[in-house]
Design a protein around this ligand. Structure first.
Ligand SMILES: *Cc1c(COP(=O)(O)O)cnc(C)c1O
Length: 243
């Protein structure tokens, strides 16, 4: 006889997942603290967001059990599904490319959308948020490494885009985000985003956050001023190949 799986037992992580995620989170938190210390920054100035894309919801639940509240997805459908299955006690972030026809799935559910890179997308998000009587917090994604393969607005267009976004009701731009190109030294890219943030912030003081740094480069990002790091494999282990 086989037990009928129910939603609760499905979401309950196997002990090995629990232990693995908890141990990796410990390690990552320590490495963030060390990098912050090295740069003379406060550990509390850096928020860790655990990116669960490619991992099952049991990994998300394991992270929450280990005290990790901020989690992220890069696809609207996955965000909806995992948010529903994992239940309360999490703050979801959206870090992927956002299509206008997916805006309704993300607005309200995501506490922070990291990937606003054009005016029409900001307008769609603001419109949806207004209808729901919300203010959606967002970051503007910048292509700070001038990588043709990456999303994000051009560095030179950033101030104008932020100005357009902040003029809309229903949306609040609170910082900048970037993903550096694959095979370059990320440090100058991170430094460039920080300088740009400083410039934008001098005009628009609410633009504070720097979302930068992934598994391969988060310590460098923290040294260069990241206030949010987005970590997948460092928290959850090697990502299973896409089905
Ligand atoms: C997948 C992803 C991450 C996390 O990547 P890792 O290399 O697993 O740390 C961070 N940011 C974005 C935008 C992503 O798509």
């Amino acid at each position: 006889m086989t037990a009928q799986p129910d939603a609760r037992s499905d979401a309950r992580p196997p002990d090995a997942v629990d232990a693995g995620v908890a141990a990796r989170l410990d390690d990552v938190r320590r490495r963030i603290a060390v990098a912050a210390e090295r740069a003379g920054r406060s550990r509390s100035a850096v928020t860790l967001v655990a990116v669960s894309k490619g991992f099952g919801v049991e990994h998300v639940v394991a992270a929450r059990r280990a005290g990790q509240a901020d989690v992220a997805e890069s696809r609207a459908q996955e965000l909806r599904r995992k948010a529903r299955e994992a239940g309360p006690g999490l703050r979801w972030h959206f870090v992927g490319r956002l299509q206008r026809n997916k805006v309704r799935d993300v607005v309200g559910l995501a506490s922070l959308i990291h990937s606003i890179d054009r005016v029409d997308l900001a307008e769609a998000v603001a419109d949806r948020a207004r209808r729901a009587s919300r203010v959606q917090r967002v970051l503007v994604q910048v292509n700070a490494g001038d990588d043709p393969a990456k999303g994000g607005c051009a560095v030179d267009d950033t101030i104008a885009l932020v100005a357009r976004v902040r003029a809309l009701d229903g949306i609040a731009c609170q910082g900048l985000m970037t993903v550096p190109p694959m095979d370059v030294d990320p440090r100058p890219v991170f430094a460039r985003l920080r300088d740009l943030r400083d410039d934008v912030r001098s005009r628009f003081p609410e633009v504070q956050h720097l979302s930068m740094g992934m598994t391969a480069d988060f310590e460098t990002a923290v040294e260069e001023g990241a206030t949010i790091v987005r970590l997948g494999e460092a928290v959850f282990g090697p990502r299973p190949p896409a089905a």
